[in-house]
Ligand binder design. Sequence first.
Ligand code: ADP
Ligand code: MG
Length: 556
Amino acid sequence: MMGQQAIPVIVLKEGAKRERGREAQSNNIAAVKAVADAVRSTLGPRGMDKMLVDSMGDVVITNDGVTILKEMDIEHPAAKMIVEAAKSQDQECGDGTTTAVVLGGELLKKAEELLGQDVHPTVIVNGYKMALEKVRELIPKISFKVDFNDKKTIKDIAITSMGSKIVSNESERLAELAVDAVMTVAEKRPDGKYKVDHENIKIEKKHGGTIADTQLIDGIILDKERVHPRMPKRVEDARIALLECALEIKKTEIEAKIQIRDPSQVQKFLDEEEKTLREMANKIKEVGANVVFCQKGIDDVVQYYLAKEGIFAARRLKKSDMEALAKATNARIVTRIQDITRDDLGKAKLVEEVKVGDSQMTFVRGADAKRAVSILVRGGTEHVVEEVERSLNDAIRVAASVIEDGTALPGGGAPEIELSMRLKEYAASVGGREQMAIEAFASALEVIPRALAENAGLDTINTLIELRSSHKSKGNSAFGVNVFTGKIDDMLKNRVIEPSRVKMHAITAATEVAGMILRIDDIIASKKSEPPAGGAQGGAGAPGGMGGMPGMGGEF
Ligand code: ADP
Ligand code: MG
């Protein structure tokens, strides 16, 4: 930006806030460290949960890093950057968000120590970049292959991802459901690799019952009941019509006055209406549908005629459900009832109304075209059901990652210790000023096993010493923290396993955000004409200023 000026030249609007150099840097670093500290105590199976209360008094109880951060209402621009990193981790991998944030905070903490020794930020950024490159090279070396048919390992990976969640007592069963779901929808591509479109796995929640009642359904679950009690509850070999239009007569917006002079005309008018409605039902019957899912309403008269014909109908479906049904049953969504043809219908083996708890739901099973599955989540309260959903999402995503990539590594801090040691050797071979930064990166990685040990109430110093020595002198590269026994143990024997992708992405995201923050040496917060309450940092004003900084983003 601007060079040092002897005579102050005022280029900023009056009232704009500006921080420069070390002051700006340490402010940003402090903000990120604060966020990292907030989630650090949740890391691992012995981590604590957080209770989040919003201004309306709504409560979320969770152990999920990204959920905590999303709910925390973070204002500081640098802190927002680490939250974005966590969100990206969540989107790409569905797991490892806490790891990314904790590591990002630690990388900055180590960088701050170097800054204190007058190491230039550019040197640190460069060293971190070199370390990340090395990590990219090393991760495949400490990973092992996982075959698509190795359900046991894939399930252990799903269990590991759920280990830190509130639902861990049920993790065995939920992992089984998640893995079955992923394996069902996985598609083998011509190159022999698998692709999992997790949108083909729907999660439907219904509170009531217990977590053990959670079940996998081969098909789609709709939170809908049939519209008329005389319609069949079960339709085998379903031929399904999907309607975007209402099966009703459009009421005019403005009250229209119809001048009717004698009673026979009233009757004629009503007959006309009934005829139109009856034709709607007839049209559906004609094309051979025995199930109708309608996105809008269905008139009583149409309901009556459909019931008479033994046709199952449900109304006011969500658009997303309509789309899922279209994909799964190979149906076309019809926008005008007059236009429907036989070809528009989808197929499923069975459509049935099922009682779940106190309400009725519709299961569309054995869909014709594409494998789509649903998990019906049950649990005592809404909070439980929601945490089960979050855990299942993590489990589905990690199972999908490992099926797609076919590689995994041990957890429990084992890879971080191994990478840390190998990076230290690498640093020595690099020498020069970057050596210090690579070493700092290497020690930052140790924050993961340290936090796992800390959260399990173990002696962190001894744990780290033992870990280093088991990796170094004994070559036990899979040794990590057994948070339940408090001992150093082989994580593969303990079946604590994670997808390589989660680790790779978490370390990358943490390094990227640390690099971005280290490159900022100037914070210009423009003062808004209407300042937000208590916005000392200028809130939304600052990111705009930072966006103009050279070298932001795309650095790694
Ligand atoms: P994240 O949001 O980063 O996934 P978690 O709270 O899920 O955070 O904790 C993940 C960490 O916990 C990983 O390092 C993982 O290897 C570790 N972990 C999970 N299960 C176990 C276990 N049974 N023993 C030791 N470490 C475990
Ligand atoms: Mg996790």
